[in-house]
Design a protein around this ligand. Structure first.
Ligand code: FES
Ligand SMILES: [Fe+2]
Length: 427
């Protein structure tokens, strides 16, 4: 369990909070590239870490991310004109470029120097792997842009989506790092990953600390077949990488690795960025194939409210739970792996705190080791920032070589040797 003080420190992300300051030391996904499809196109509202911002793609294709409100009289920049390399507020015509400089201030006399002093708050952005990333922290602490195997994989081999989740980011991340739940929550006769997890519902976990977070290894006894080993990563501050391949379980129709980043919109809402990439140069990901994978996860093309990234099956309709299905083939009665996750995560026990879990009432067991390790790293990260140090995972060397995998390791063999090739990045 956590003290209330630590629970508050870990979950709150607005500017000036300890976690908010830690989060601001890393590049954060703010939009999918597809949300700003054209130069001089419509600006887009976005909210991250409790800040309301407007993103726009200027005439040169560069993405600006600025305060949602004009520095003149705080009018909404959303209604602005995106034209000739800048966003012009339509209240009185003040115009700003992607760096936040005021490039036109038509309401003042031509000789006025006021324009040179006016700025709109703006954050640096970079586009990588179909995502627009932003850095919201102090300029002198800005790390190099994100560099993961999945951001280096070519577009033919990569797939990135996002999903809205209505709860605090931390309980969503904890769900990702909690390997034990997959033996229960996701148990289903319709899911081919289910049987191997059901054979051993009490996995042993090892946590191996790294400069950027940790690798954790779960071992499940698989009888005469050996051991089912899953190697995962937790990458600071909110990313999980996982295998999904199960080499010796004939699951090669799913030759990919995948993961999520749980990006706080604010304390009570989260964007889940979902990524996947083929395991090597011979495994491109086709649209048909990924549609199937996404549908299985509950985030297929028909699973969102049209024009949004909000799932149709959500708390307002109890995720369309089918109690008959629950009695027969499916542990939860809810369809879609991630839908099952959301059902549990979006209304975890609070105490009048809405979508923020109150962890003072929990009782952690041996399978919660990875979650405890993650919380400790985040608490350490906040202390580092408070002490003026660079937090783990924000240094330049960082996390380039992190790679997950899972497979069945034959009896009496060393999983490290068995998996050495598969745990080496191919991009
Ligand atoms: S409020 Fe934006 S130009 Fe006046
Ligand atoms: Fe899950």
């Amino acid at each position: 369990m956590l003290s209330n003080e630590d629970n508050v420190r870990l979950t709150r992300v607005s500017p000036g909070t300890p976690m908010g300051e830690l989060m601001r030391r890393y590049w954060q996904p703010v939009l999918l590239s597809e949300e700003l499809p054209e130069t001089d196109g419509a600006p887009k509202r976005t909210r991250i870490l409790g800040e309301d911002l407007i993103a726009f793609r200027d005439s040169n294709g560069k993405v600006g991310l600025v305060d949602a409100f004009c520095p003149h009289r705080r009018a909404p920049m959303f209604f602005g004109r995106n034209e000739e390399c800048g966003l012009r507020c339509v209240y009185h015509g003040w115009k700003f470029d992607t760096d936040g400089n005021c490039v036109d201030l038509p309401t003042e006399p031509a000789a006025s120097k006021m324009k040179d002093h006016i700025k709109i708050k703006s954050y640096p952005t970079v586009e990588k792997a179909d995502i627009i990333w932003a850095y919201l922290g102090p300029a002198d602490q800005m790390p190099p842009p994100p560099d993961y195997e999945w951001t280096r994989a070519p577009a033919t081999h990569r797939h990135v989506t996002k999903t809205f989740e209505h709860c605090n980011w931390l309980q969503a991340l904890e769900g990702g790092l909690d390997t034990a739940h997959s033996s229960y929550l996701h148990r289903s006769k319709a899911w081919e990953g289910s049987a191997i997890r059901e054979r051993d519902g009490a996995p042993r976990l090892d946590v191996d600390k790294k400069d950027w977070g940790y690798t954790y290894i779960s071992h499940r006894n698989s009888g005469e077949d050996g051991t089912y080993v899953r190697v995962y990563q937790y990458v600071m501050p909110h990313q999980q990488m996982r295998g999904g391949v199960t080499k010796n379980q004939k699951r090669w129709d799913y030759p990919k690795l995948d993961g999520h980043l749980w990006v706080p919109i604010d304390d009570e809402h989260t964007w889940v960025y979902n990524w996947a990439h083929g395991i090597d140069h011979n495994t491109p990901l086709s649209k048909e194939y990924m549609d199937k994978v996404d549908t299985n996860a509950g985030r297929g093309p028909d699973d969102y409210i049209p024009g949004t990234y909000i799932p149709k099956r959500n708390l307002s309709n109890d995720y369309l739970i089918d109690r008959e299905l629950q009695k027969t083939t499916n542990f939860t009665g809810i369809t879609g792996i991630n839908t099952q996750d959301f059902a549990l995560q979006e209304s975890m026990g609070g105490s009048g705190d809405g979508p923020i879990c109150d962890r003072t009432g929990e009782h952690l067991g041996s399978t919660d080791k990875a979650i405890i390790a993650m919380r400790n790293l985040l608490l350490e990260g906040m202390r580092d920032v408070e002490a003026g140090k660079r937090p783990r995972g924000s240094a330049p060397e960082s996390h380039r070589d992190a790679r997950p995998f899972d497979t069945l390791v034959p009896p009496n063999t060393d999983w490290r040797q068995e998996m050495a090739y598969d745990l080496t990045p191919k991009w």
